[in-house]
Design a protein around this ligand. Structure first.
Ligand code: C2E
Ligand code: MG
Ligand code: MG
Length: 736
């Protein structure tokens, strides 16, 4: 259509259009040819362009200059819906750009200075990508029917790109391209405010990298930067468009995940992040390995405002790091005390070492073909007066936070060599070596000294290392390995398959043995057949490489038979023996060589944790107090209620807003077994939690003030009102 004809449209019968103004007095003096000429001159001046659509919003006119600027065949333009040709920029830093072009076109509303780009050209980058500012008016006839748009546009690419760049600098981290702290704060503030109104949930993940400093120190800052960029890219791949990722500075990352409060899914996601980030990174011609820990907090349960939620996720991260790195952790109200507890623990552990209150116990490693004990692993034991037995999983990770681990490690080496000296010569001793200790300059001296002082033959000492010894600096790792081999000691790779598991370690490091981690044995007889395959593969692999394999953690005969059938020749597990003190071991060795017959349950039962925890038991509108004795993913055993028939439906209040709908499957005396309607999920700390919690919004609706969830149980009266029926079961006291 010619421009002249279109312009006539502006003058006749159209209201509220730019052309309409010219149809007034002044325009009366100008004939239509003059108007044409003026508009032609305007178009040619490059100040701006003119566009128009028909009543279906298909493009029917565009200035020649604009067509040339787009560098496109006009036949691909005209007759096309304008909404398919142009789109507004979703990343426009200008808040006014919130309503997209499509939306405005559909509503036939006025288009005011919207920044758009040409869709077929959107993939172009840099100089080829053009940004236009578009203005348009709906043209209506006298009855108010929409006739089409008339509008103008101009190219604002240079100014707009600059604006984008400025906002990128202000809101994005220049190293990784992720959002920066400022943007994350703003985003979290606005999300939480909007979600509070809409009663929606939002998860916040806090991550920091384990051993990043080591890479920076040993490989240089350039390598550190490169690593951070690669981490950012991996995070983007895992998260996709599910949420926003930011780098807050250093090696700290944060992820906002709107509408996610399922702790099962969040745990899986956190696990995936840990796995992906822990894969080795190619950096220049080297390889770096780092890990990450993740803290998770969820609004509205753990925090309603940004500061609260961030603090909760920080505490969860701290707990995750301390609980042994490479782990995730959900926030829970009792984490606040944990930080303090760990400080105390370190102090007391230091004292225990000074007072000679630590012990080494020895767990036999048995040759399956003749049940002969061929070695023992030294496992550290700490029985604290106040705390009772503290698991090495806990205190070793506390010790690793400081130089205390070096002293503990040195002590263990000495003690183990001295003790082993009293065993038959055919029995080796295995000592665990922390990665921190391995990387320490004094490590070789400590090994040499332990051997010298005890007089133990070097090949009777086996050092158990985990894959985390392969940190950033491969050169010093290699030389430590060589020197150790020079001493004549044996080296085992512990917990194989749980860490970074790269086959190249096996090729490059001189291992004499691989220890298959207990986690594979735990699941090998379950439906998960992969574990059995992995065990077979590891045994085959180590044999091919001329190494021995010990399978750890065999407890029951079904596991035993399976791993033996897969070729396991050495087994260390409760089916043979638990760790025992030196004195017990010596007694059993007294008659010469030590043999143990396997003994244990026929079938492995997934771990039921023995616990003592007060829980609420809700039936009808009554709340009873129970004591939980066992807890597994699928059920629990509760004591304290008499006369509960099998099949009764109950709700367990596990605290912190966790309600588990359950049904009674067994009942005898004051003990009942219940099965959960929905299985519990891992809490990231070896414990279990419900997927969902009672929402503070729901509690607020029931009359409680809107706050985050308090740690304790909820009195029934606050959640369901006063009871209206008589209690049906008798409450009895339970002793610890
Ligand atoms: P690890 O080196 O992998 O030791 C094996 C762990 O599995 C031990 O746990 C052992 O008691 C347990 N275990 C063995 N067989 C079975 C079984 O059949 N069933 C079950 N449920 N468990 C079994 P423990 O003693 O709690 O030690 C945990 C970890 O603490 C060790 O894992 C090791 O990484 C660390 N650790 C222990 N002592 C020392 C030490 O002296 N120095 C260092 N650096 N770490 C130590
Ligand atoms: Mg070990
Ligand atoms: Mg192990």
């Amino acid at each position: 259509m010619a421009l002249g004809k279109l312009l006539q449209g502006f003058g006749s019968g159209a209201q509220d259009a730019p052309g309409a103004a010219m149809s007034g007095k002044q325009a009366a003096n100008i004939n239509s040819a003059d108007r044409m000429r003026i508009l032609d001159e305007f178009e040619q001046s490059g100040i701006g362009w003119v566009w128009a659509t028909d009543a279906d919003a298909n493009l029917i006119y565009l200035s020649q200059g604009a067509i040339e600027a787009l560098d496109i065949d006009p036949s691909n333009l005209f007759g096309q819906p304008i909404a398919s040709l142009f789109e507004s920029d979703p990343h426009n830093p200008d808040v006014r750009a919130d309503r997209p072009l499509k939306f405005q076109l559909r509503a036939h509303s006025k288009i005011n200075d919207i920044v758009v780009r040409f869709v077929p050209g959107a993939k172009l980058s840099g100089a080829h990508r053009r940004w236009w500012q578009m203005t348009g008016y709906p043209l209506l006839d006298s009855e108010g029917n929409f006739l089409g748009y008339r509008g103008s546009a101009k190219d604002i690419t240079v100014a707009y790109e600059r604006k984008l760049e400025d906002s990128r600098i202000a809101e994005y981290d220049s190293l990784t391209g992720l959002a920066n702290r400022f943007r994350m704060e703003r985003k979290l503030d606005s999300t939480l405010a909007a979600y509070k109104a809409a009663k929606r949930a939002c998860a916040l993940l806090m991550l920091d990298l384990d051993r990043f400093k080591h890479v920076n120190d040993t490989l240089g800052h350039q390598a550190g930067d490169d690593l951070l960029r690669q981490v950012a890219q991996r995070l983007r791949e895992v998260i996709g468009d599910r949420g926003e990722i930011g780098r807050l500075g250093g090696d700290e990352f944060q992820i906002i995940l709107p509408d996610l409060d399922d702790r099962g899914k969040l745990g899986e996601l956190a696990d995936k992040i840990i796995q992906v980030v822990s894969q080795p990174y190619p950096i220049e011609d080297k390889r770096a390995v780092i890990g990450t820990s993740v803290g998770v907090a969820i609004a509205p349960y753990d925090g309603l405002e940004r500061e609260e939620l961030v603090r909760a996720s920080d505490l969860a991260l701290y707990a995750a790091k301390n609980g042994g790195r490479g782990a995730f952790r959900f926030y829970s109200a009792d984490l606040c005390d944990e930080a303090k507890e760990r400080e105390e623990l370190e102090k007391d552990l230091r004292k225990a070492l000074e007072d000679d209150a630590l012990e080494l116990h020895y767990q036999p490693v048995v040759r399956t073909k003749d049940n002969m004990v061929v070695g023992c692993e030294a496992l550290m034991r700490w029985n604290d007066e106040q705390r009772g037995f503290v698991s090495p999983g806990t205190f070793i990770s506390v010790a690793e936070e400081s130089d205390l681990i070096l002293r503990l490690g040195e002590w263990a080496l000495k003690r183990a060599c001295l003790d082993a000296k009293e065993w038959p010569k055919s029995v080796r001793v295995a000592v665990n070596v922390s990665a921190v200790q391995f990387a320490d300059n004094g490590f070789l001296d400590a090994v040499t000294q332990a051997l010298d002082e005890s007089g133990l033959e070097p090949d009777r000492l086996e050092l158990e290392l985990t894959e985390s010894v392969f940190m950033g600096d491969s050169e010093s790792t290699d030389s430590t390995f060589k020197l150790l081999k020079g001493l004549g000691v044996r080296i085992a790779l512990d917990d194989f398959g749980t860490g970074y598991s790269s086959l190249s370690y096996l090729r490059s490091a001189p291992f004499d043995k691989i220890k298959v981690d207990k986690s594979f044995v735990d699941s090998c007889t379950q439906k998960d057949q992969n574990s059995a395959k992995i065990i077979t593969a590891i045994i085959g692999l180590s044999e091919a490489l001329g190494m021995e394999t010990t399978v750890e953690g065999v407890e029951a005969f079904d596991q035993f038979d399976l791993v033996v059938s897969k070729g396991a020749k050495l087994i260390q597990g409760w089916i043979y023996a638990r760790a025992m003190p030196q004195a017990t071991l010596l007694e059993r060795m007294a008659s010469g060589d030590m043999k143990i017959k396997p003994d244990g349950p026929d079938r492995h039962r997934p771990e039921r944790r023995s616990v003592f925890r007060r829980v609420g038991v809700i039936h009808d509108d009554h709340r009873y107090e129970g004591v939980m004795r066992d807890l597994s993913k699928t059920g629990a055993r509760i004591e304290g209620l008499l006369g509960v028939p099998k099949g009764t439906g109950l709700v367990l209040d596990l605290g912190g807003g966790q309600l588990a709908v359950s049904v009674v499957t067994r009942s005898s005396d004051a003990s009942i077994a219940v099965e959960f309607e929905a299985p519990l999920v891992s809490d990231g700390a070896g414990g279990l939690c419900t997927r969902h919690r009672v929402s503070p919004y729901a509690l607020a609706a029931a009359g409680m003030p809107l706050t985050t969830l308090p740690p304790g149980n909820y009195p029934l009266s606050q959640t369901v009102g006063e009871p209206t029926t008589k209690p049906q079961f008798m409450q009895v006291a339970v002793a610890r």
